[in-house]
Design a protein around this ligand. Structure first.
Ligand code: NAD
Length: 516
């Protein structure tokens, strides 16, 4: 595709300010839009050698199942070219004054703000999420840039005295060129959660979004160009994990990897980089998070909040958030009440009001359906879901799963153990606090936990025993961007957020200066 053709098509994407307009644009094009890598500050058409169909991936709209765009499956030699562009940009960007880096990243946040609705529309079309949910995530993407652009203006460093002998202080410098790899559930938000601190702390990067949801990453290139990010500082390439992602993380030119995705992929990345000891690795992986509901949280004054928080934690973004509470444990004395009220609330809020979107891909939809078949085979009780949802004509080929509430699921069933990552929740009774903690911690994962109780002492007593990197008490998904974000056990290693992101993207040397 010539560059003027691609410019025209890019401007068509930017011109859509409603979902209907975007939808008509998809219908009106004879062939799906083709995404192009953004390398060295410009979009580049794939070379002729990449035009064979096996080296392109087609992305489908989850709500309708129709093709929306194709992306190149970037091959190792083209991955290397992108890494070299990032490497060439590093010496200058890493020495650029913080005030200047800050101003450029602030400009990125302003441009995102100005184009907020367009990003939300394409995110909703590409991922399957509702437009309201997409808007929340674009807001968070904007905050990623505004937060880190100002964070770097107020950094401090630690100094210590060795009495009468020396003053020591910590000096940090940018760690180099990073691979930034993200999943498909919150595409723009999670990719910018990596790009913003990476660039703010003076590193350069090659970013690769999920092959399932690449559209908003594609639009981002244009924003970086307009904000004046120097060529090569951020490069965005498209492709799958086996070809593009693996070549990227394994390259000896890459100094660090910030990865968010599944645990098995995290293990593969550890293997691919095992011999590169100095490579920084931040791995944010899967979860199978518990929600604990204590009797005191079901008293009339707070019952509505308890149900609302548990439901939101289970079904927001179709359950496709790594932090979702997909295993609910309820104190026996209020178990029946909870199941009844929770089911009624979810039916009203998520099913009748249609506030759940489609799941991200056909492959993922099939995976969730297999778990539901297993639940039926194992004679679990379906309080909601389990049957094909009622769909209109447009949606008939889409990837829809009705919110599903299950009880009577065996403790050792795959449904209770595996991360399903969809709108499926199990509810199980417990007898006492100790059993609740033991059930909550009985998982290979340790990302998040939700604790619903009004007992102040219990909030700390239980909260501090939960094997989870993030514990929310009577709330969920509240984020302050400086707090350490990350998981225990097989949910990952390393923390990101504020100064923890600084640890990922910088190297520290300690200087010892003699006292006399
Ligand atoms: P995934 O691991 O399949 O893919 C994630 C990314 O890794 C994609 O861009 C993919 O192309 C790439 N990839 C795959 N194989 C690779 C390889 N060998 N080398 C390098 N890159 C490779 O995950 P997914 O299915 O896209 O996302 C769902 C998973 O992400 C869930 O497990 C979910 O819990 C997790 N997740 C975790 C967090 C968190 O913060 N902990 C946040 C969101 C999602």
């Amino acid at each position: 595709m010539s560059s003027s053709t691609s410019d025209r098509r890019l401007s068509e994407l930017w011109s859509c300010v409603t979902l209907d307009e975007a939808s008509s644009l998809i219908d009106s094009t004879s062939s799906p839009f083709s995404l192009q890598n953004f390398v060295g500050g410009q979009y580049i058409a794939p070379p002729d050698s990449l035009t064979s169909s096996s080296q392109h991936i087609t992305s489908f709209e989850p709500k309708t199942g129709r093709p929306i765009y194709t992306l190149p499956c970037t091959q190792p030699h083209a991955v290397e070219a992108a890494i070299k562009a990032a490497k060439a940009a590093f010496p200058s960007w890493s020495k650029t004054a913080r005030a200047e880096r800050s101003a450029i990243l602030w400009k990125v946040s302003e441009l995102l703000q100005q184009n907020k609705e367009v990003f939300a529309i394409w995110e909703s079309i590409d991922q399957g999420k509702t437009l309201d949910r997409a808007r929340v995530e674009v807001d968070r993407a904007i905050s990623n840039f505004s937060y880190f652009s100002t964070f770097i203006l107020h950094e401090q460093t630690a100094a210590r005295m060795v009495d009468g002998v020396a003053l020591t202080y910590e000096h940090r410098s940018p760690a180099g060129v990073f691979a930034l790899i993200s999943p498909w559930n919150m595409p723009l938000y999670l990719l910018t959660w990596k790009i913003a601190p990476c660039l703010a702390f003076g590193c350069t990067a090659v970013a690769k979004p999920s092959e399932v949801t690449s559209m908003t990453a594609f639009l981002l290139g244009d924003i970086f160009q307009k904000a004046g990010v120097p060529p090569g500082v951020i490069n965005i390439i498209f492709g799958d994990g086996a070809t593009t992602g693996a070549a990227l993380v394994a390259s000896p030119l890459i100094n660090g990897v910030s990865f968010t995705g599944g645990t098995q992929t995290g293990i593969a990345i550890r293997r691919l980089t095992a011999h590169q000891i100095g490579k920084h690795l931040s791995l944010e992986l899967g979860g199978k998070n518990p929600t604990l509901v204590f009797e005191d949280s079901m008293v009339p004054s707070v019952r509505e909040r308890t149900i609302r928080v548990a439901a939101m934690a289970a079904f927001e973004n179709q359950g496709e958030i790594c932090l979702c509470g997909s295993r609910i444990y309820v104190e026996k004395s209020v178990y029946n009440d909870f199941v009844r009220d929770f089911t009624a609330y979810v039916r009203e809020k998520y099913v009748l009001k249609q506030t759940v979107g489609a799941v991200a891909s056909l492959q993922h939809c099939d995976k969730i359906r297999r778990y539901l078949e297993l639940a039926a085979e194992q004679k679990a009780t379906f309080h909601l879901g389990g049957a094909p949802p009622t769909l209109n004509e447009d949606e008939a080929q889409g990837y829809w799963i009705e919110p599903t509430i299950l009880t009577d699921v065996a403790k050792n069933s795959a449904i209770q153990i595996d991360e399903i990552f969809g709108p499926v929740v199990t509810i199980t009774p417990f007898d006492n606090e100790q059993e609740a903690i033991q059930l909550a911690n009985d998982s290979e994962y340790g990302l998040a936990a939700i604790l619903l109780t009004t007992d102040g002492a219990r909030m700390r007593r239980v909260g501090e025993q939960l094997e989870a990197g993030l514990v929310w008490v009577n709330c969920w998904l509240v984020r302050e961007l400086g707090t350490p974000f990350g998981g225990m056990k097989n949910s990952g290693t390393g923390r990101e957020g504020g100064e923890h992101s600084r640890d990922v993207f910088t190297v520290v040397r300690t200087l010892h200066l003699p006292a006399y």
